[in-house]
Design a protein around this ligand. Structure first.
Ligand SMILES: [Zn+2]
Length: 64
């Protein structure tokens, strides 16, 4: 096993602080972020990217 998990966003090498499931994928795509290739069922995200994705998700859930 590799050690600490790293953020799954391409170009980001921050350590992951949260893991999200694939239901977060549309929000990640909405932010025009690309995932690294080897992402499994859970998507590890660093603090910064988790915040960004969660903001989009929260906006969509409360909006419309
Ligand atoms: Zn990141």
């Amino acid at each position: 096993m590799r050690g600490e998990k790293v953020c799954a966003i391409e170009g980001c090498n921050e350590p992951a602080s949260k893991e999200v499931d694939r239901s977060f994928l549309p929000f990640i795509q909405e932010l025009k972020l690309k995932l690294k290739d080897d992402v499994g069922k859970k998507i590890p995200l660093c603090r910064k990217h988790y915040k960004m994705v969660k903001q989009v998700r929260d906006a969509q859930l409360s909006g419309f």
